[in-house]
Ligand binder design. Structure first.
Ligand code: PEP
Length: 255
């Protein structure tokens, strides 16, 4: 739990073959002295098995970008947590803003997914964050508290979970927010968590990440913030040299 977490979210960007090639480059470029970071790659569903065959030889873990909120059954086109577990996923992103916005994913569905992830021993990475209009309308804190609280409703037994603060308006923008602002939102998330869980649970079992236009040039500024334990990376995780740059910076930081 002490190493920084670096999660690459490849979204709907690489074919299975391209994913395999990018994963190979990342694995080949890992620091030879070993990696003092937890690294997770989240390819698209069809690429999971190919990427798993590459990462299994390394310290990189496999994650999914999503799954369905029911355990199994007649849900054409959906993928279950159990299926993900079987192909080697030990992590999953849940409630990414692109799903909340484009697929109308609700707080209640996200809550069900968190419970299913935990039931299958998959670390849930719960994404929360305000849209630009919400920020301008002074609703930022309210939105974040609501998203955290509703995702965790009835979630009482877990060994680990992760919350990623991703301000929606900086995702893919190429310019991140001020690291101090990310720290202040992480503080708000901590206070919200402490209304639900004991101090010990919050400190030992929950980690907060920042996501939104992270690259190898700005990553240290975020992870240097006391409450930010790692990063969720979109665009920069598609470019092996930049993703490896992020890993190298955080690895040398941790040593
Ligand atoms: C994301 O989509 O989770 C993300 C952080 O994207 P980007 O790094 O491209 O802003």
């Amino acid at each position: 739990m002490d190493f920084p977490i670096i999660i690459g979210n490849w979204k709907m960007n690489l074919t299975p073959h391209e994913s395999e090639m990018v994963a190979k480059k990342i694995v080949a470029g890992l620091p030879s002295q070993g990696v003092s970071a937890e690294i997770v790659l989240c390819p698209s569903f069809p690429a999971l098995e190919k990427v798993a065959r590459v990462t299994v030889q390394s310290s990189i873990a496999l994650g999914a970008q999503n799954f369905f909120w029911q355990e199994s059954g007649s849900y054409t086109g959906e993928v279950s947590a159990k299926m993900l577990k079987e192909v080697g996923c030990s992590w999953s992103i849940i409630g990414h803003s692109e799903r909340r916005i484009n697929l109308r994913e609700t707080d209640s569905e996200i809550n069900k997914k968190v419970k299913l992830a935990l039931a299958y021993d998959i670390v849930p990475v719960i994404c929360v964050g305000e849209k630009y209009e919400e920020r301008e309308g002074g609703q930022k804190d309210f939105v974040i508290m609501r998203e955290v609280t509703s995702a965790l409703k009835g979630v009482d037994k877990f060994s680990r979970l992760v919350i990623a603060y991703e301000p929606v308006w900086v995702i893919g923008r190429g310019e991140a927010i001020d690291p101090e602002e990310a720290q202040s939102v992480a503080t708000l998330i901590k206070y919200t968590l402490r209304d639900i869980y004991s101090h010990e649970v919050v400190e030992k079992k929950i980690q907060i990440l920042y996501g939104g236009s992270v690259d190898d040039q700005n990553v240290n500024q975020f992870v240097d913030q006391e409450l930010i334990k790692g990063v969720l990376v979109g665009g920069s995780s598609l470019k092996p040299e930049i993703f490896l740059g992020i890993i190298n910076r955080l690895t040398s930081n941790a040593n």
